[in-house]
Design a binder for this molecule. Structure first.
Ligand code: FES
Ligand code: MG
Length: 596
């Protein structure tokens, strides 16, 4: 007999279909497509269904993740809309990272989630991908992975929880978790009351309801132009949230047809806009690390966005949003006040309006289309004439103690005099040392001391835990002191406040880190005006201490050797993670690949 024609590659599967991507897995393209269709048909799809743009939806539901508890409803709404708009929606899982249940810290798992996200988007036959995330590390992980995969991606946020109520006062996770715990430690409230408060701090599903990391990353994702502006703030339990999922489904089909990829949408200007928003919302310090990691995944932006970019934008951007922890209110207040749409109208003079968005319009066009809807008096989103904090809510410090930079959320300082302060260091070598001694009645500490916690950086305590909120020693707290100058190479929760210097780079675990050689009794100066963080020790003494310590760290039995031998993901993490000022990404995942 005569050989048959080749298997039809063009119909009914259209030329843009994800099913046709990378058809080399099983020899020739025709056989590969034939096989793929065999197996996808096992799921019951018809040739007609398979002829539509295939929209993947990343399912990050987990029974351990209350911040993502509405993911099934969001999938249903997004699917409905994909199908109504002529696409075929197919959901699939990636790992889910919940802040509270990710030992040793969720940041440890962020890069893993980004790898899972990137590889599954690349591997599967999809034309566009809706990425459902919400809890702190999930949105950055998905943006990092999605940008590296560079197929059309559409972030969809789970949304914030509503506040609870205690004795007539609104409370919410997790700023009020910390305030109330501090009050309990200081003996201001008793165990019955703190237990009652425990019941109300997270009264619904959804992400933390203040301007913590989750809310900050949601606002930033909108500012980057990657999702509808309303998508940043609608409560997790609202019907508005489901309509945003519908809108995302419709957008996904359009973005798939236009093949609009994240590396084309995102530019330097998109990131400048995002950083402007970060400063204006008094956003989480964690977002600095995440934004650096996200930008460094983009081949054109690697090394273009630096800590200095945050500092420069901060100097001209006031804090305008009155939300905890810098202010008094909750995310649903921000939503009801007009959310990101209203904020961006106010910020307009500081924004790069030509930046592209996922819709195909520029940011300026998006804002023009919405202008009339938002003009009412309010106090949640302030005008430039009445900011909550004049500028630089997040400031970048440098000095001999942090040659590669450090971060402070100046707007969350409780005693502003501490922002310009010199005091003697009380040093804790690591978290265990801190836990053991911080409340020791014999600890030599006053309210003017500078509390220093080492060993909680990206390598030192892998993942850089949110332990930077060093508690006020009990005996000092008992005298009514609510804030002290505190320093670490770790992070702190976006929901926390105080005069806290974080992300000191290089971290103590790096053999030639100056921060690693601070000793109890050394004088430390923080000067917010000159953005200086200085150890009052001569260069000679500092260098001598560093070289002595370096020998110990790099010796045969030292930690540097031990890290080379470590197995598993932790070993990979410790050997590959870069420093906070670079985003704590793995060196081999950045756009430029491994740096060493
Ligand atoms: Fe998930 Fe706060 S614990 S957002
Ligand atoms: Mg958090």
């Amino acid at each position: 007999a005569e050989p048959n024609q080749d298997y039809d590659l063009e119909t009914p599967i259209n030329s843009t279909s994800g099913l046709r991507q990378g058809l080399t897995s099983y020899g020739d393209a025709h056989f590969s497509l034939f096989l793929r269709k065999v197996f996808i048909k096992a799921l019951g799809y018809s040739e007609d269904a398979l002829s539509r743009p295939i929209i993947g939806i990343i399912n990050t539901f987990s029974g351990f993740n209350p911040c993502h508890a509405n993911v099934p409803q969001l999938i249903e709404a997004a699917k409905r809309s994909v199908q109504l708009n002529g696409g075929l929606a197919i959901d699939f899982p990636t790992i889910s990272v919940a802040e509270s249940f990710s030992h040793p810290t969720s940041m440890f798992l962020r890069n893993l989630m980004s790898m899972d996200t990137e590889e599954m988007i690349k591997a599967q036959p999809l034309d566009a991908c809706i990425m459902i995330g919400g809890c702190d590390k999930t949105v950055p992980a998905q943006l990092m992975g999605g940008i590296s995969a560079n197929k059309p991606i559409l972030p969809l946020i789970t949304g914030p929880m509503l506040p609870g109520s205690h004795r007539g006062k609104r409370i919410g996770a997790c700023t009020d978790c910390r305030n109330n715990w501090a009050a309990f430690r200081a003996g201001e409230i008793d165990v019955e009351e703190i237990s009652a408060i425990n019941e109300e701090l997270a009264p619904t599903i959804g992400t933390c309801g203040v301007m913590g990391t989750a809310s900050t990353m949601a606002c930033i994702t909108a500012a980057l132009g990657m999702m509808p502006l309303r998508g940043a703030s609608a409560p997790a339990v609202s019907s508005a949230r489901l309509r945003i999922a519908e809108e995302t489904g419709a957008n996904a089909v359009a973005v798939a047809k236009a093949a609009r990829k994240p590396q084309e949408i995102l530019s330097k200007e998109s990131f400048l806009n995002a950083i402007t928003v970060l400063q204006a919302i008094g956003g989480s310090t964690n977002a600095v690390v995440h934004l650096l990691a996200i930008a460094n995944r983009h081949p054109d932006l690697q090394g273009v966005i630096t800590l200095q970019t945050f500092e420069e934008i901060g100097q001209k951007t006031p804090l305008l949003i009155d939300l905890k922890p810098s202010g008094d209110n909750y995310m649903n207040d921000f939503h009801n006040a007009g959310g990101m749409m209203a904020l961006l109208q106010v910020l307009r003079p500081l924004l790069h309006l030509s930046a592209k968005t996922i819709s195909g319009q520029t940011l300026g066009e998006v804002l023009d289309a919405s202008q009339s809807r938002l003009s009412f008096a309010q106090d949640i989103i302030r005008p430039f004439s009445n900011p909550l904090h004049p500028s630089s809510s997040l400031a970048v410090l440098h000095g001999n103690l942090a040659p590669n930079g450090a971060i402070i959320k100046a707007s969350a300082s409780k005693y502003r005099s501490l922002l310009t302060h010199t005091g003697p260091a009380v040093v804790f070598e690591n978290s265990a040392d801190l836990a053991q001694r911080i409340d020791d009645p014999e600890l030599n500490v006053t309210k003017d001391s500078v509390l220093v916690l080492k060993g909680i950086g990206p390598i030192g305590n892998p993942g850089m835990p949110e332990a930077g909120l060093i508690p006020i020693p009990k005996k000092i707290a008992a005298t009514g002191v609510k804030d002290m100058l505190r320093l670490s190479d770790g992070r702190m929760s976006g929901t926390a406040g105080g005069t806290i210097i974080l992300h000191i780079s290089p971290e103590a675990a790096v053999p030639d880190s100056p921060f690693g050689v601070v000793e109890t009794g050394d004088m430390i100066t923080c000067d917010i005006e000159s953005r200086r963080l200085h150890l009052e020790v001569s260069d000679d003494v500092l260098q001598a201490r560093i070289s002595q310590r370096k020998q110990i760290l790099e010796s045969e039995t030292g930690p540097v050797q031990a890290r080379k031998q470590r197995r598993g993901y932790r070993g990979l993490y410790e050997r590959s993670v870069n420093q906070a000022h670079e985003g704590t990404d793995f060196d081999f995942l950045t756009a430029g690949g491994a740096s060493n």
